[in-house]
Write a protein that binds this ligand. Structure first.
Ligand code: FE2
Ligand code: FE2
Length: 184
């Protein structure tokens, strides 16, 4: 398809998709290192695997943009959301995955609306992958006892790390303990 045949909004969806996928790469890469510092190598491996999957999504988007004759230009990465324990990290990840799901859902429906079958199928395939990520994430959260945060805190990048009702020692690491319970 020639560039001039692509609806400008489709290019916009691709650009935002790249920003979201690279944000996911940054988030999962950071979390792999963080939980590694906490000594949880099994979780670190899972986050590393997710980093690779999101990077592959970013690569597919770059390839799609190049095939349409446009230069990939992710505009802004979302800041990595922080939490003081694994469940908190996964809750943030559920928000990010839902953003990806919503984005690909909207993008694929828009392509359908304007009769752009090729890009519609491209977004639908990514939607399926992200829905799969979302289900895996929910299962992981359930294994750990389910969601604990309530209210705005679970949505906010700026929520304090020790916010919420838990108040356990895990959520208030001492300075001396930071090598094991590193947070940011
Ligand atoms: Fe992705
Ligand atoms: Fe994902």
């Amino acid at each position: 398809m020639e560039t001039d045949a692509v609806h400008p909004r489709v290019l916009g969806y691709l650009g935002r998709a790249l920003s979201l996928e690279l944000s996911a790469v940054q988030q999962y890469m950071t979390q792999a290192s963080l939980v590694g510092l906490w000594g949880d190598e099994a979780a670190a491996d899972r986050f590393r695997q997710e980093t690779v999957e999101e990077m592959q999504h970013a690569e597919r988007i770059v390839q799609q943009m190049l095939s349409l004759g446009v230069a990939p230009a992710a505009s802004q990465l979302h800041p990595v959301t922080h939490a003081a324990d694994l469940v908190g990290l996964l809750e943030h990840n559920a928000v990010l995955e839902q953003q990806l799901i919503d984005h690909y859902d909207e993008a694929s429906r828009f392509c359908q609306l304007v009769g752009d079958q090729a890009n519609g199928e491209f977004f639908a395939a990514l939607l399926e992958d992200e829905q799969h990520h979302g289900r895996d994430l929910e299962a992981w959260l359930q294994e750990l006892g389910g969601r604990r945060r309530r209210g705005y805190a679970r949505y906010g990048a700026m929520a304090p790390a020790n916010n919420g009702p838990r108040g356990t020692s895990q959520r208030n690491p001492s300075q001396r303990d930071l090598s094991r319970r590193a947070s940011f």
